[in-house]
Design a protein. Structure first.
Length: 148
């Protein structure tokens, strides 16, 4: 009986530990979830989704490239005020580039779906990212808090 109890406890512990493993981030799965969410929230027809999604992916690729460059710029703390000033100016230019890309693609979206749906797409994307960030934050903050 004692051996059975110990075996049961070990199995239960292993099961609980397995359930708490963090799953690796999958960019492909994230993109699929985002596209499905936007398609549903904006009520895109299959024809609209077929025209819209390639443009949306194209925009994301261009934006990710700018974000990569921004991360490279801000990786290490510069050792002088002049280098800091230069990096700040470059980052500001990259922020403008991000908005320019967004504006360019919003105009392309307007060519394939109605303005009302483009507005819904923009709102859905914001809502999706907010929800994901809240979820990630919740998962990060599940560590036991010290008692005061």
């Amino acid at each position: 009986m004692k051996k059975l109890l110990i075996l049961l406890c070990l199995c239960l512990t292993a099961t609980l530990a397995k359930g708490q493993e963090h799953k690796a981030f999958s960019p492909q799965k994230f993109q699929e979830e985002l596209e499905a969410y936007i398609t549903k929230e904006a009520a895109l027809t299959s024809k609209e989704a077929e025209a819209f999604l390639p443009l949306f992916r194209e925009m994301g690729t261009k934006q990710r490239e700018v974000y990569r460059n921004m991360r490279k710029l801000g990786h290490d703390m510069p050792d002088s005020d002049e280098k800091c000033r230069e990096i700040i100016k470059k980052r500001d230019c990259m922020d403008v580039k991000l908005k320019t890309i967004e504006q360019e693609y919003h105009n392309k979206f307007l060519e394939v779906v109605s303005p009302k749906k483009v507005f819904k797409i923009i709102k859905a994307e914001e809502k999706f990212y907010r929800g994901k960030l809240k979820g990630w934050s919740r998962n990060h903050n599940q560590r036991p808090q010290p008692k005061r």
